[in-house]
Design a protein around this ligand. Structure first.
Ligand code: GRF
Length: 221
């Protein structure tokens, strides 16, 4: 990027706890599809999260803040927040981050935290979503990108991606199919945010001022 042109990329931090395949999808969209963001750092609460390797490979700064080293959640949250503030991020992207952030943390980044959840919310908030979907024999399952509020897995929905549930699906097969759609919808949601195209009205996320069909995609395999 030329030094005398203003940097219009959205500065953000990605929080992870594990494999980081969504992080990889975001990195790839930045590299190959002109996603206009600047990933300032990847922060993990788990020291050996594989996503940290992915970040290093892409020359992105990494930081480990291990929640086990803090005696209560609010001190962990404050430490995390001050680390994030140092990166001057305007968006926090939760990508498989397995800690619940407290109300103070969320309110100090109001409207600027997004999460991806492996279900078609409001169905199946919480854990073990694929097992629960299989047990209920639902025909469709999927993933949701939403703004984070103090209530778990219930903030305004930016985009959802659905996939069919097949009769003989194992948990792993269904999880893989859902992952595929996650890797499409997360970069898409972040692009809309970076392009300033989203607003929230009455708890609904609008794209260019309206609820649009692009906010729900479906993949068949
Ligand atoms: C994804 O299924 C995401 O929906 C959930 O955690 C998982 C993270 O996977 N929040 P990865 O670390 O991005 O591979």
């Amino acid at each position: 990027m030329s030094s005398n042109r203003p940097d219009t990329r959205l500065p953000l931090v990605v929080l992870i706890s594990g494999s980081g395949s969504n992080l990889q999808a975001i990195i790839d969209a930045t590299k190959y599809q002109n996603l206009p963001i600047d990933i300032r750092a990847v922060v993990s609460n788990v020291a050996d999260a594989y996503g940290l390797q992915r970040a290093k490979q892409a020359n992105i700064k990494t930081k480990i803040i291990d929640h086990q080293e803090f005696k209560d959640r609010s001190i962990f949250d404050r430490t995390l927040l001050s680390a994030i503030n140092q990166y001057q991020a305007q968006l926090i992207v939760l990508a498989g981050f397995m800690r619940i952030l407290g109300a103070d943390f969320v309110s100090s980044f109001q409207g600027k935290i997004v999460n991806i959840h492996p279900s078609l919310l409001p169905a199946y908030p919480g854990l073990h979503t694929h097992q629960r979907a299989l047990k209920d024999k639902v025909r469709f399952h999927g993933a949701t990108v939403h703004f984070v509020t103090a209530q778990l897995d219930s903030g305004p929905i930016i985009i959802q991606g659905s996939v069919p549930v097949l009769v003989d699906d194992s948990i792993e097969q269904l999880q893989q199919r859902v992952h595929k759609v996650e890797h499409k919808i997360y970069p898409q949601a972040i692009r809309w945010l970076a392009e300033n195209r989203l607003s929230v009205s009455d708890g609904k996320v609008l794209l260019d001022g309206q609820q649009k069909s692009e906010q729900h995609i479906r993949i068949e395999d």
